[in-house]
Design a binder for this molecule. Structure first.
Ligand code: PEP
Length: 250
């Protein structure tokens, strides 16, 4: 049985004081969660949020990590820096990073390896664009993204990675993949992992769905056999909505 995982991607929202207030509001609401609960604030908000969640079941994630341990990479954050302050997860290859910041399948692989080396659990995002879906190459796209992301990663490390299937056309648009569409592609990703590592890793690895998941549709999506959680954008900025999604992840 895979334990579900709900992660909130706060993107570039909330000042440090607002971030602390938001997570403080969430603590009691998600205290009885049956799933892993993660919030991913902006880097500058992480220390305050880490302080606020002490003693609770909420873990903290970052929104990116660089692939080098240190050096002349202005504006970047290394895995060991995240690890040292208590960050447990990091989102890698979000479609907004791919779209606006030149992230490629190759840099996603490098960052995933860096996170693993630092002891921070990667949440690796894959997903097709609207054009790719319309061209009928959704499977081919997520398959390629997954295969490249996992290059040179051992089976032992692979099974602890979290994959987020996020169809680009469903992110922040209010358009959700139907539960069947989301389950089908999560199944394709799991089959890709099976081809790479065998059934044991494919059965163990957790695959989230992300793309306009909210308090109203979470239960149906999370009931699907291949969906092991959610990566939540907009709805994770409201403590009440986020807690309803967490409660749906049984
Ligand atoms: C996301 O950015 O990862 C996401 C799924 O956003 P939203 O829930 O707002 O579509």
């Amino acid at each position: 049985m895979r334990k579900k995982i709900i992660a909130g991607n706060w993107k570039m929202n909330k000042t440090p004081s607002e971030a602390k207030a938001l997570v403080a509001e969430m603590i009691d609401k998600v205290a009885n969660a049956a799933c892993d609960v993660v919030v991913c604030p902006t880097a500058i908000c992480i220390p305050g949020v880490l302080d606020a969640v002490q003693g609770s079941n909420i873990k903290v994630g970052a929104q990116n990590v660089h692939f080098k341990e240190s050096g002349a990479y202005t504006g970047e954050l290394a895995g060991n820096m995240l690890k040292e302050i208590g960050v447990d997860y990091v989102i890698i290859g979000h479609s907004e990073r791919r779209q606006y910041f030149g992230e490629t399948d190759e840099t996603v692989n490098l960052r995933t390896k860096a996170a693993i080396a630092a002891g921070v659990t990667p949440i690796v995002c894959v997903g097709e664009s609207l054009l790719e879906r319309e061209q009928g190459i959704t499977a081919e796209t997520v398959c390629r993204q997954t295969k490249v992301a996992f290059l040179e990663i051992s089976a032992d490390d692979a099974k602890n990675v979290v994959i987020a299937y996020e169809p680009v056309w469903a992110i922040g648009t209010g358009k959700t993949a139907t539960a069947d569409q989301a389950d089908e592609v999560c199944g394709i990703i799991r089959d890709t992992i099976k081809d790479l590592y065998g059934a044991e890793v494919a059965d163990a690895i957790r695959i989230q769905y992300g793309g306009s998941m909210n308090a109203a549709n979470a239960e149906e999506l999370l009931a699907k056999p291949n969906i092991d959680g959610g990566l939540i954008g907009g709805a994770s900025l409201k403590a009440e909505d986020f807690s309803v999604i967490v409660a749906a992840a049984k």
